[in-house]
Design a protein around this ligand. Structure first.
Ligand code: FES
Length: 184
């Protein structure tokens, strides 16, 4: 049996087969819903609101119970990569607007670059300094978490590199005669 799927917000609609996941149904209708975790049920970017036809869908999965709050579930939200259309009929959906779900990494990056572009020069500078401090703190934290044997090894490599560099510099600054003598 086939299912009539409609997206209320833009009027797109089409027929899909039973057993299709909502995400695939949307794609078939030309609507690529975001899917930051690649359909593993680990984000909420693919969420849709079911306006009509909730009974046509599979049971809630654990991922949906975890990712969607009780309020969002009560409002008819489902994760499109998890909800399968199991029965024939009409299903009316809408994507959940980005403002009502967690931002994707891409969206966060985009927001940051837009905001940064519009900052006055001194604020841009202050932001860059702040980022530099955060990066340095993260580096120190990462180093502090390394096993001490690894740190010792790293320090050993750096010391050996320093000694080799010093020797090279000394050799370069030696008088020419001394260098010739050495070659003989
Ligand atoms: S794509 Fe991440 S939960 Fe559906």
């Amino acid at each position: 049996m086939s299912v009539n799927v409609e997206f209320a917000s833009d009027g797109r609609q089409g027929i899909v087969a039973e057993g299709t996941y909502i995400w695939d149904a949307a794609k078939r209708l030309g609507l690529r819903l975001p899917a930051e975790c690649g359909g593993r049920g680990e984000c909420d970017t693919c969420a849709v609101i079911v306006r009509e036809g909730m009974t046509l869908l599979s049971e809630l999965t654990n991922a949906e119970r975890t990712r969607l709050s009780p309020e969002r579930l009560a409002a008819g939200e489902r994760l499109s990569c998890q909800a399968k259309i199991e029965r024939g009929g009409t299903l009316v959906l809408d994507p959940v607007p980005a403002t009502e779900r967690a931002e994707t990494t891409e969206e966060t990056k985009r927001d940051f670059s837009t905001e940064f572009r519009h900052l006055p020069f001194d604020k841009k500078l202050a932001t860059l300094v702040e980022l530099e401090v955060i990066a340095a703190a993260q580096t120190f934290k990462a180093v502090a978490e390394l096993p001490s044997a690894l740190i010792q090894k790293g320090l050993g490599v750096m010391a050996a590199y320093g000694r080799a560099r010093e020797q090279r510099q000394r050799a370069e600054h030696r008088p020419a005669e001394e260098q010739t003598e050495k070659q003989d």
